[in-house]
Design a protein around this ligand. Structure first.
Ligand code: SAM
Length: 368
């Protein structure tokens, strides 16, 4: 990925720059980009490895034994992640989501969660700590994650039917284990749990209603995600996208629904509820109803590159700053300059040929 990483400061200039003690870093005003979008959410990818080979994310043919993952020495350490997170929180970030790859594969992830949760008390801010997982080892980990201070869990699940689910994860993983993981998370106190279902035409659109029925009464919030053109390896075609409108129509025909107002600015999902009061679900329509105008998210890759858009072609190397002795104020200034110059709105411009043909970062690397 190094050819697509931009150095932020030259190391010699850094050595000449005055050091500022970390406790003097001011609680700066919230950062706003060129489209007046604040930096409120940070998604941190803790590993680019995954034990699933979902056909729309890490197709087996490309993510095989030959695939080069980021070597362990290149990963940000937990201390480095926590230091960066603290800098972001000081600049206004209020939500941190751990993702990947599969974040539960990162050894001792509970320690990282404990360290990140410590920022909440240290800076006396309402920091929301969440994690997205494929649920495969959630059954074993749920209570340790809750004990460590994790507040919210999102589980990806694309089908209830075992045959369909195994075909989508492409490693023959049984759906029963993920459902058990969701139950364990609920027992550990996570509520509400969000369930992400990517709908891909020809694979799982017939699972929309069974999934809606199953999660409606359990108090978990199912979100239907339109298959996106992230990265370059999933063979995305517009034809494979099942539009949220179609999903809403099929649910409404069986279980009448109505819209619910957004709970917060910048939320990716549109909210819906069943008219009989039996629960709510969401639609994430990044293809048919782009929400760039509300995007308050930045992404930190496993090796410490900052990406300002899920569809970015270029990351900005924060790890180099960390490892060449930059102090917190210098790093905060670099992040501020990057965010201040941000004008990305890929999904709104998706139709333009130059964008479609360009090389983009894979979701498993940048973090979903
Ligand atoms: N391994 C974790 C998991 O499965 O949730 C976290 C990483 S995964 C990349 C994060 C989310 O991105 C998942 O909900 C996944 O379904 C979604 N995702 C991956 N590729 C996608 C695509 N092309 N379009 C839409 N969603 C996608």
């Amino acid at each position: 990925m190094t050819d697509r990483v931009v150095p932020l400061l030259d190391a010699r200039a850094l050595r000449r720059a005055p050091k500022v003690p970390a406790d003097l870093v001011p609680a700066a005003a919230i950062l706003v980009d060129r489209l007046r979008r604040p930096l409120l959410d940070l998604r941190i990818s803790v590993t680019d490895r995954c034990n699933f080979r979902c056909i729309y994310c890490m197709p087996k043919e490309l993510f095989d034994n030959e695939h080069c993952y980021v070597p362990h020495s290149e990963l940000l350490s937990f201390e480095e992640i926590t230091r960066l997170a603290r800098i972001f929180v000081r600049r206004g970030t209020r939500k941190i989501r751990l993702t990947g790859g599969e974040p539960l594969l990162r050894r001792d992830i509970e320690s990282l969660i404990r360290m990140l949760a410590g920022i909440r008390a240290e800076l006396a801010v309402p920091l929301d700590l969440a994690l997205t997982t494929n649920g495969s080892i959630l059954g074993r980990k749920a209570s340790a994650l809750a004990d460590a201070g994790l507040q919210r869990v999102t589980v990806s699940l694309d089908a209830l039917d075992d045959v369909v689910f195994r075909r989508m994860n492409d490693v023959d993983f049984p759906v029963a284990s993920v459902l058990a993981g969701i139950d364990a998370a609920a027992a550990a106190g996570f509520a509400p749990i969000k369930i992400n279902m990517v709908v891909k035409r020809g694979y799982n659109e017939h699972q929309v209603l069974p999934m809606a029925r199953y999660f409606r009464d359990r108090g978990h919030i199912l979100r239907f995600i339109e298959f996106m053109d992230v990265g370059n390896s999933n063979g995305w075609r517009l034809h494979d996208v099942v539009a949220s409108e179609q999903i809403l129509a099929s649910i409404d025909a069986e279980m009448p629904i109505e819209p619910v107002a957004a709970a917060e600015p910048g939320a990716v999902a549109q909210r819906w509820r069943y008219r009989d009061g039996s629960g709510e679900f969401g639609t994430i329509s990044s293809v048919t109803r782009a929400f760039c105008g509300d995007c308050t998210r930045a992404r930190l890759s496993t090796e410490g590159c900052l990406y300002l858009c899920l569809f970015s072609q270029q990351g900005h190397d924060l790890r180099a700053l960390l490892r060449t002795g930059a102090d917190d104020l210098q790093i905060a200034a670099a992040v501020g300059a990057l965010w201040g110059a941000r004008d990305d709105r890929y999904s709104e411009l998706r139709g333009e040929q130059t964008l479609r043909s360009s090389k983009r970062i894979e979701m498993s690397y940048i973090g979903g």
